[in-house]
Design a protein. Sequence first.
Length: 71
Amino acid sequence: MNRIVRAHQGETLDALLYRVYGKTAAITEQTLQLNPHLAEQGPVLKEGTPVTLPPPPETRETKKPKIQLWS
């Protein structure tokens, strides 16, 4: 489900995504597809600009196998 957040004063899209998700990898492109008007604004968003965000990315937990030196 998409979510709408508003940009803070002087905030970039990457900073907004990091504030919401804690990372920007693979989210920036999805966000720009949902908000084509953001590319026209330049790197710094205007305060209060509504930004539609994609659903949070799935987190995959990978468990490393335990290595035992002696059994």
